[in-house]
Ligand binder design. Sequence first.
Ligand SMILES: O=C(O)CCC(=O)C(=O)O
Ligand SMILES: [Fe+2]
Length: 332
Amino acid sequence: MASPLHLDGSDVNNNSSIKDLENIVEDVEIPVIDFSLLTEGTPDQRYLVVQELAKACEDWGFFVLVNHGVPDKLRNALMDTFKGFFNLPPEDKQDSADTHAMNPIRYGTSFNAKVDDNKYWREYLKVMTHPEFHCPTKPPQFREELKEYSACIRELGKKLLGGIWEGLGLDNNYMREALNLGNCFQIVVGNHYAPCPQPEKAMGLPPHSDHGLISILYQNDVDGLEVQHDGKWVRVKPLPNSYLINTGDQMEIVSNGKYKSIVHRAAVNEKRARMSIVTVTGPSLDTTVVAAPQLVSGESPATFRGMKYGEFMEYQQGHGLQEKSVLKLLRL
Ligand SMILES: O=C(O)CCC(=O)C(=O)O
Ligand SMILES: [Fe+2]
């Protein structure tokens, strides 16, 4: 795949401090959660995996999910189809050009090329798939595959969230209603990071947290995701066929700060194109998200003021991406 970016300086991030290259570690054990125990385990196994999930969310905000049940064939087909989209002639991709944060289909480079001071070495396609399903018309197989994939990930997400609420001592039905998860917002993001001639000077995505409740990510066989943990950047090496799950800003609000959204970034390399597909799941866009009342008390007052999820997302997507900048605005 040819890179849509240029090395005239404008697309390479010259701000090397952002990279913090000294501080990257690889040999850290990231929590692994066996999804099948949550759905098919004995009551004892389920109890234990809910505890593991709670610990992973509290200590990391990030974990590897295995035995998730999403067919490999479907995942691989969709990855190929996203690749097919990025390979289309520029004019076809420009039909979906990112002009506004709330457009249901958005293609672009960097994060928000209109406002980014430094451009990121990334090409993306963001497609809203729930409560209304959207899809680009090319490649022709996109619609069917994305429909099936997004439905599959919604199911997975609902079950994972169920386990997370349980670990927080919250009632699943209550949370479904409070966050209007029947109309949950879902967006599928394809990222393409072409080989970069000067990877030491560029970033694919800068340090940021995701806006939703949880994000469910998989990548091709090229690493590059780094997550912030205990003051270090941990380079993630996924297990074969796994998903990488991270908690987002709405989870931090709902859990009243107990489960922090994890700050992560994407590094690029000189040799091989990297691709990732990230599905972000959140409450319905019109839900005003606040801490679950059961987690607020005299000793633990609410940490964030409420904001409609749709407004939160629009603000985050319409500005430059910077750590947890939107969440910080809501801190009480
Ligand atoms: O490509 C990756 O590994 C990270 C992508 C990401 O963080 C995002 O799309 O929000
Ligand atoms: Fe992200």
